[in-house]
Design a protein around this ligand. Sequence first.
Ligand code: AMP
Length: 404
Amino acid sequence: MAKLSIRDLDLAHKHVFMRVDFNVPLTEDGSEITDDTRIKETLPTIEYALRHKAKLILASHLGRPKGKPNPKYSLRPVVDRLRTLLDHRLGTKTNVAFSPDCVGDTAKEMARQLESGQVLLLENLRFHPEEEANDPEFSKKLAALCDVYVNDAFGSAHRAHASTEGITHFVKQSAAGLLMEKELNYLGKALEDPARPFVAIIGGSKISGKIDVINNLLDKVDTLVIVGGMAYTFQRALGVTTGKSLVEEDKIDIAKEALDKAKAKGVQLLLPVDNVLADAFTADAKTQPWDTSKNFPAEWMGLDIGPKSVAAIKEIVAQARTIVWNGPAGVFEFPRFAVGTNAIAEAVAANQDAISIIGGGDSVAAVKQAGVADRIKHISTGGGASLEFLEGKKLPGVEALGNK
Ligand code: AMP
């Protein structure tokens, strides 16, 4: 990795400001954490800092409090959970304090009193509108709390906010945390130097959200598999009618261009060869199998890929050495239309010779639902950020980190 890592820094007895992603789901009243995965994911970086005797300041956003303090979005419930997780992980008691504001005199004083190996969690950064506005004065105030900066919040790295970008202009050193480093290594290697064959599977509802990903991947992959709702716009580009399936009429030309680009580049572009058609967009709709080569009946819509498509995808995935998957193959929220998505999850997990990378909330949910998450090499923690990375965009929160 070209960027500095926390492992390149001297942390001992220094104030380390670590941007983490503690944007955890809470109960309606904001009092209890319902899923602590995001806290657990950053524990290795926290442990690393504490074992290297840092005075550790943790900062995060939570939800969308719209620039105002709101108890529903307080990070206070994270303190106890973090303490418990750290005690368990480190085998000793860790001192975790909480500052009710991320800037100001209390935060400054609490940071000053920190001892090496202790943790101070700051209140939600987004209680201040200056955070999302990337206000330089606010960035300076955050920077004043620390000696060095570490960013472990990959999921926020595509946003230039004060705590992800602005702060780096006012600290001596800025480095990636271990989780951030892992994301950059996996995604970076896939795009820059992939083991081949490199297969990308892109699904989900619409082309419009993912055309930049498709275009960038067409420059990199050997095979691009298109599934989900967006496949029907491609199908229309090939002149097959799709009944009531989801189609973006104004994107048919863009689909044609992508098909032409694939041909010109010698990339195999695989579309579903069959579908599960439904007579309504409901969980218990009537269904029938349908080959893509035939025009769809006018009143029916495709809600999943069919068994022949699954077989074709399995074969391609089995031969791949790098696999990137983003987006479901069907309306997987309805179990009867989750068959294709689950089959892809299992096919990706079954190929243990490949570097498999999964991004996007739905595909991540699918591998968890299929019970195969532990056999995927890398599950990205950043939906939006991983998409922008796959688009070939520079992420402001990554660019701002120091170079090795
Ligand atoms: P995205 O946010 O673009 O990744 O899309 C995810 C959504 O695509 C999920 O909510 C799926 O239900 C939806 N989706 C996948 N396949 C289809 C389809 N054939 N028709 C309509 N929606 C679909």
